[in-house]
Design a protein around this ligand. Structure first.
Ligand code: 5GP
Ligand code: SF4
Ligand code: MG
Length: 452
C-alpha cells in the first residue's frame, strides 16, 4: 500500500504536500518523496524513512513552485531499495515527467520485458516506472494523450498523479481498486489517497475521483480542471480491505466514513459470532478498536482497553522481516492484568493474516490471567494473496489458505474463534458505498488477471 498527494497553484505547495504525506503516513513507512515545479523545471527530494525525518524546513524551501506531488512508499512490487522510492522523474521527448503511484500493475513484468527488448533502460524494479517508459515511447505530443495511451496498455490497480510543467493529472484505474479523492484549498485543487490529508491542511473535501476518471489540471490556465473517462467502462472493484484495515478511521473513503463502517462491521460480527457469557470486549489496538466498540454495543458486553499499545514503534506487519515482526509483537502490545485477570474476554481484531500477532498476544493474555479468550475477527479468513497493491503474504504464509477455522483456533490458542462472513462484510461495506468491491483476498474471486 502507498499514499499519494498533490496540489496545484498553491502557495507553499511543497509544505502542504509534506503535511499531506504526514497525515497519510499509515499507508507506507519505507520512504517518501516530493517533486515540485514552478512551471519549468522539477525540484525533487526523496529518501528512505518516515516523512518527518526526510523533510525539514531547509529541504522544503528548496522544493520551489506552486505545484507539487508526493508519495509514501510501502513496498509491494519491487524491493525496499532507494531506487524504488517515488516520485520517479524522467526526461523524454515531452520534457520532464514526474509520477506517483498507489496500486500494483498486474502486467508490469510482461511490459517491462517488452520495453527492455525495444531499448528502454529501467532504473528501478518498480512497476510504476513502466508507465513512464510507455509515455516516453508514445508518439503523442501531449502528456494527456500519451498518458491515456500508456494506461490503455497496463492492467491492475493504479491511483496516479502525473506532473509536468504544463499539467497535473490525477487518474484512477477503471476498477478503482485504490482510493483517490479531490478537495479544494482556498480554491486550489488538491488530490489525496484519503480525505484525512485534507483535514490537516484545511482543505474542503469535494468528492471521490471516480473509477476510470482522469482529471487534468492545466497549470498555465489558472489551474482549471477538466474531467475525462478515457477507458472502456468496467465494473468498479474498490478494495474492501481499505474499509477493514488500511484507511485511517477518520477518513472518508469510497463515500463512507471508515470509523462508522468498522463499527458496523463489529455490530455485524456480534450478530454472526456471539460470545455468550463473556465479561468484556477488548480490542487489539489500534486496528481492532472500532469493530470492538460496535461489537460491545451490539452484544451489550462492556468495552475495556485490556491491551495497551506502545506508539513508539510502527505497524509490526509493515516490517518486511519475520524476525523483526516477532520482536515487534512483544514491544507493541501489553495486556493490563488488573483489567483482565480472571475474566472471559472477547478479543477483537480486524484481520488475521499470518496469525503470528494473535498467537503471541493470546499467550500474553493468558500469562496476564485471562480465564477464557474468544477471538473474533471483523473480516472473513484471509485465504488469498493480493495482487493489487496490498502486501499480503504468499499463499504459503497465509494461515487461512490451507487451514480450517478449527485448526487456526488451535494454532493461535484461543478458546473459540469466529470470523465475519463475506456476505456480512459486503453488506456493511456497501451500505454507503454501493456495490462493486474487490474481495479477492477473502474469496479468491480476482477481478482481473493476477500476473503477467
Ligand atoms: P496476525 O495475527 O495475522 O499475525 O496479524 C494480524 C494483524 O495484522 C491485524 O491486527 C491487522 O491489523 C494487521 N494487518 C493485516 N493486514 C495487514 C497489512 O497488510 N499490513 C499491515 N501493516 N498490517 C496488517
Ligand atoms: Fe483489497 Fe483484498 Fe482486493 Fe487486494 S485482494 S484489492 S486487499 S480486497
Ligand atoms: Mg492490527
Amino acid at each position: 500500500m502507498c499514499a499519494i498527494f498533490g496540489i496545484a497553484g498553491a502557495d507553499e505547495a511543497a509544505n502542504l504536500t509534506y503535511l499531506g504525506l504526514h497525515a497519510l503516513q499509515h499507508r507506507g513507512q519505507e520512504g517518501a518523496g516530493i517533486v515540485s515545479t514552478e512551471g519549468t523545471k522539477p525540484f525533487i527530494h526523496k529518501d528512505r524513512g518516515l516523512v518527518g525525518d526526510i523533510f525539514n524546513s531547509e529541504v522544503i524551501s528548496k522544493l520551489k513552485g506552486h505545484t507539487a506531488i508526493g508519495h509514501n512508499r510501502y513496498s509491494t512490487t519491487g524491493g525496499n531499495t532507494s531506487e524504488n522510492i517515488q516520485p520517479f522523474v524522467m526526461k523524454g521527448s515531452l520534457g520532464w515527467i514526474g509520477i506517483v503511484h498507489n496500486g500494483n500493475l498486474t502486467n508490469a513484468e510482461t511490459l517491462t520485458k517488452q520495453l527492455e527488448k525495444e531499448g528502454s533502460i529501467f532504473q528501478s524494479t518498480s512497476d510504476t516506472e513502466v508507465v513512464l517508459h510507455l509515455i516516453a515511447k508514445s508518439q503523442k505530443r501531449d502528456l494527456r494523450e500519451a498518458l491515456v495511451q500508456a494506461l490503455k496498455q497496463v492492467d491492475g490497480a493504479y491511483s496516479l498523479l502525473v506532473l509536468n510543467s504544463s499539467f497535473l493529472v490525477a487518474v484512477r484505474d477503471p476498477r478503482g481498486f485504490r482510493p483517490l479523492v479531490l478537495g479544494y484549498k482556498e480554491g486550489k485543487p488538491v488530490f489525496a489517497s484519503e480525505s484525512t490529508a485534507f483535514d490537516l491542511i484545511g482543505a474542503q473535501y469535494e468528492r471521490e475521483i471516480a473509477p476510470g476518471e482522469m482529471m487534468v489540471v492545466s497549470l498555465s490556465e489558472n489551474n482549471s480542471i477538466s474531467s475525462f473517462f478515457p477507458f472502456a467502462n468496467t465494473a468498479p472493484k474498490r478494495c474492501v480491505f481499505e474499509q477493514v484495515y488500511f484507511a485511517r478511521p477518520d477518513s472518508f473513503v469510497f463515500n463512507s466514513t471508515v470509523y462508522q463502517t468498522r463499527k458496523n462491521l463489529g455490530k455485524q460480527l456480534a450478530k454472526e459470532q456471539p460470545a455468550p457469557n463473556a465479561d468484556m470486549v477488548i480490542p487489539v489496538p489500534d486496528s481492532g478498536v472500532y469493530a470492538a466498540i460496535g461489537y460491545s454495543e451490539a452484544a451489550k458486553i462492556p468495552f475495556e482497553m485490556g491491551i495497551i499499545r506502545s506508539h513508539y514503534i510502527g505497524r509490526t506487519f509493515i516490517e518486511p522481516r519475520q524476525s523483526i515482526r516477532d520482536f515487534g509483537v512483544k514491544l507493541k502490545l501489553n495486556p493490563v492484568s488488573e483489567v483482565i485477570r480472571g475474566k472471559s474476554l472477547v478479543v477483537i481484531d480486524d484481520s488475521l493474516v499470518r496469525g503470528t500477532t494473535s498467537k503471541k498476544l493470546i499467550a500474553h493474555l493468558r500469562e496476564a490471567g485471562a480465564r477464557a479468550i474468544h477471538l473474533r475477527i471483523s473480516a472473513p479468513p484471509t485465504t488469498h494473496p493480493c495482487f493489487y497493491g496490498v502486501d499480503t503474504p504468499t499463499t504459503a504464509e497465509l494461515l487461512a489458505a490451507t487451514n480450517c477455522v478449527e485448526k487456526i483456533r488451535s494454532f493461535v490458542g484461543a478458546d473459540s474463534l469466529g470470523y465475519l462472513s463475506l456476505e456480512g462484510l459486503l453488506t456493511v461495506a456497501s451500505e454507503k458505498s454501493g456495490d462493486g468491491f474487490c474481495h479477492a483476498c477473502f474469496s479468491g474471486d480476482y477481478p482481473c488477471p493476477t500476473s503477467n
